[in-house]
Write a protein that binds this ligand. Sequence first.
Ligand code: ATP
Ligand code: MG
Length: 273
Amino acid sequence: MSTIATSAQAQAGTVTDDPGAQAPLLSISHVERDFTSPNGQRVQALSDVSLDVRPGELVSIIGPSGCGKTTLLRLIAGLDKPQQGSVTFKGRPIEAPNPERGYVFQQGSLFPWLTVRENVAFGLKAQGKYREHAGEVDDYLAKVGLTGFEHAYPHQISGGMAQRVAIARALIDHPEVLLLDEPMGALDSFTRADLQDRLLDLWEQYHMTMVLVTHDVDEAIYLGNRVVIMSPRPGHIKEIVPIDLPERDRVSDAFLGYRKTLLTKLHFDVHEH
Ligand SMILES: Nc1ncnc2c1ncn2[C@@H]1O[C@H](COP(=O)(O)OP(=O)(O)OP(=O)(O)O)[C@@H](O)[C@H]1O
Ligand SMILES: [Mg+2]
């Protein structure tokens, strides 16, 4: 499957068009995960899910509510384990959460009693690294555009700003992979577009690997090198669409073509069940 990188990435050699050229960073292989719902019914959240993510890739995952997106991200984070199949990072099974895999949660996860700065510094303090790295807290706050809001509390900032704090908090650990569960879900389209561009800047700057869960077709195309379409009951990967955009332009013919393709596939999916 071909993956088209941004020019910055191509120069850095982090992504190639040859899938055989690089070992996957993350490998999800034939994963099964079910749950028992509160009324005793078995829910097959993931059924035979396999996906390889290469270093430097930005993979979008899209699909209707309940198709297993968060379940999959939690397995990659090490917050949960599959009943069958394997999830590996650099060839090693993922056993527990690790700062090398940063997680930005679906819902606001800031500590309301800590300031913006204290929220970002929290992990460093817990790991006893704060003294050495205190300056980085301000650097990352600047990178997400929050200089001047260091001493605000979460209730004093907007939803978009809160998500930027959550992203800075994950980045401060220098993760190799950033897992994002609908980080822009609750934002208006202007704030969303701004945050998408900031995320792309960070991705290019740090040559990071990102796995982004989203409900939004435009966002999946705009950000992703590939779009993974998931489908529910049981949760599985229906199709993977490689994205090859000559430029990141939300109204180009190429972009609108992908939009039509994906909407058709997702619409069909809704009527399948
Ligand atoms: N801890 C759990 N206990 C019982 N059922 C669960 C649990 N976690 C997930 N499920 C079920 O597994 C299925 C997949 O859930 P998941 O949260 O992964 O979906 P999702 O694709 O992230 O949905 P959304 O887009 O609404 O966030 C759902 O049917 C959900 O009810
Ligand atoms: Mg979810």
